[in-house]
Design a binder for this molecule. Structure first.
Ligand SMILES: [Zn+2]
Length: 86
């Protein structure tokens, strides 16, 4: 079972405005105030984003053009454990 991004996928990174081509992260970004953002890999790494349910998911573009959650989601193989607190 896969999780698909519903609706229009972001076309640009919320932080640096770079175009989103085939991958983005939907993630809680605690280092920029804890709000959620759609960011590219560069910003996700730079701002120390975390993958996991309730934290962040990585979406990758499928052949049909839709974005599928490939990491960090409830139904993805690479679920990252969420520690208590931080
Ligand atoms: Zn960015």
């Amino acid at each position: 079972m896969t999780s698909r991004w519903i609706g229009n996928a972001p076309s640009r990174c919320d932080l640096c405005d770079a175009p989103i081509v085939d991958e983005f992260y939907d993630a809680s970004m605690p280092n920029i105030g804890g709000s959620w953002a759609n960011v590219d890999r560069r910003c996700f790494t730079m701002f120390n984003g975390k993958l996991g349910v309730g934290r962040g998911q990585r979406y990758h573009k499928a052949q049909d053009g839709s974005f599928i959650c490939v990491e960090g989601g409830r139904n993805t193989p690479n679920i990252v454990a969420i520690p208590d607190g931080d």
